[in-house]
Write a protein that binds this ligand. Structure first.
Ligand SMILES: Cc1cc2nc3c(=O)[nH]c(=O)nc-3n(C[C@H](O)[C@H](O)[C@H](O)COP(=O)(O)OP(=O)(O)OC[C@H]3O[C@@H](n4cnc5c(N)ncnc54)[C@H](O)[C@@H]3O)c2cc1C
Length: 424
């Protein structure tokens, strides 16, 4: 039986695509190599804006409200508490639970879910796509369909070679899982704060983070090259960071071999996320930014635009040729790449790549401590839809941070802010 859509990968992008596609009446088969509910390395930050434009999710898929964010530099520290503005920053998710919920919904609505099934080969032919799979009993079969959604994240990049498409640029990350008491989360971890610690001696590209779940938290680093040993060393180096781990224990979730996972995060979108009978979704298309590092929302957004694109083709009786699928790239550019991901690139440059130390991040923390308007603006950034907002939040925040820099130093840093477009 030929399917309308074959979805390779049942992570955030694939699961959401299956859900949306069956709702539009497509005959869908989703293939995922893992068992449902297995650990998926992800910190779990799910900002408020990510909830908009998707079907509501029950409270049971969320670990906790994210109400605080602590930003730290080697010599500075500030806390944003969204309760100061009677709101939250978003939610925290555990991916095994979150993805599982989406897969279950898609299945109930009629999608065929083949989990514990590994894709071994993908062929795109002029008249169909063929996906070769091997299930948990090593039984091999071929699924054929009209179009393929490639949503295999960063763990299926060999398919890019097989299909002759560009791979996204990547950085490495180590994530460690820990258990602790709620009391530790409340007091040592500032009411479940999402800690964002920027220190060039520790990482070369992204933050050192801590994100609290329920009775557990995860921590990690992002860099061009990371190791578990470097991460453990980073945990011990700064007494303030070390104290955040005091009394906690390593935790191993179902599907994990150890409490530490080394994996990859994309840092730039690929140029052509489509070809004949093929759309590339989520991390496989490079739709995340290492400095902001959230990618679950981008993955789910890409699922929405992929399904919208092929729904339009069906209505217009058009074939899924590369030319006809090119609208998908335009939707990604308009809604993700040109605004939100660009903001990530700009801020990554300004606070990270532009200077040899973390002075500008120090001033960011400083301004955050002292200026309620900046805190309000940062809280707004978690809620804003960058694609539709007329307000340039980065520019407004940039101005407030720049104001906090001592007069003599302003001369030194003005070119950076000007280049990032954060002041005029
Ligand atoms: C350490 C870390 C921390 C992160 N923190 C955050 C965060 O706080 N917030 C946030 O929003 N994002 C975060 N991200 C990014 C986020 O996890 C990804 O952007 C998101 O998972 C992308 O979804 P996806 O569906 O494209 O890929 P994935 O979720 O990776 O899904 C791909 C799926 O394809 C399956 N697959 C691969 N190969 C095959 C095959 N051969 N056969 C069958 N199935 C296959 C995999 O098993 C996987 O389930 C983090 C990422 C990492 C690594």
């Amino acid at each position: 039986m030929k399917k309308d859509i074959i979805i390779a990968g049942g992570g955030a992008a694939g699961a959401m695509a299956a859900w949306f596609a069956v709702e539009k009446g497509f005959d869908v088969s989703l293939v995922e190599m893992k068992e449902r509910g297995q650990y998926h390395p992800c910190s779990g930050v799910y900002p408020l804006h990510s909830l908009r434009g998707f079907p509501p999710l029950p409270d049971s898929v969320f670990e906790r409200d994210m109400v605080t964010m602590r930003v730290m530099s080697p010599t500075n520290d500030a806390l944003i508490d969204a309760r100061e503005f009677k709101t939250t920053l978003g939610k925290i998710i555990l991916r095994s639970r979150f993805d599982n919920y989406m897969i279950d919904v898609a299945e109930k609505k009629g999608a065929e879910i083949r989990d514990r099934t590994r894709i071994t080969k993908i062929e795109v032919k002029p008249d169909q796509v063929s996906v070769h799979v091997k299930d948990s009993n090593d039984a091999e079969s071929i699924i054929s369909g009209d179009i393929l959604f490639l949503a295999t994240g960063t763990s299926g990049l060999h398919f890019h070679d097989q299909l002759g498409i560009e791979k996204p640029h990547l950085v490495q990350t180590v994530i460690g899982e820990f258990e602790c008491t709620e009391d530790h989360i409340e007091h040592a971890l500032s009411s479940g704060a999402y800690h964002y610690y920027v220190n060039k001696k520790i990482t070369g590209i992204g933050p050192f983070w801590i994100t609290c779940r329920k009775d557990t938290f995860n921590a990690g680093i992002i860099d061009y090259k990371v190791t578990k040993e470097r991460f453990v060393e980073a945990m011990q180096k700064d007494p303030r960071v070390k104290s955040l781990f005091a009394g906690s224990k390593e935790k191993v979730w179902p599907g994990q071999k150890s409490a530490y996972t080394t994996t990859l995060i994309p840092c730039a979108p690929i140029k052509t996320p489509y070809s004949n009978r093929l759309l590339v979704l989520g991390d496989a298309a490079g739709l995340a930014q290492a400095f902001y590092y959230e990618g679950v929302w981008e993955a789910r957004e890409s699922a929405k635009y992929a399904v919208d694109t092929i729904t339009r083709l069906r209505e217009e009786h058009k074939a899924p040729t590369a030319d006809n699928l090119a609208d998908y790239k335009k939707s990604l550019a308009r809604n993700l790449v040109n605004k939100f991901l660009r903001s990530g690139r700009k801020n990554s440059w300004l606070f990270w790549q532009a200077q040899p130390d973390e002075t500008l991040w120090y001033y960011f923390c400083d301004a955050m401590q002292k200026n309620k308007d900046l805190r309000a603006l940062i809280v707004k950034c978690f809620e804003a839809d960058y694609a539709t907002s007329d307000v340039d939040l980065d520019f407004k925040a940039g101005e407030l941070i720049f104001q906090s820099i001592p007069m003599l130093r302003k001369v030194l840093y003005a070119p950076h802010f000007l280049k990032a477009g954060s002041i005029k």
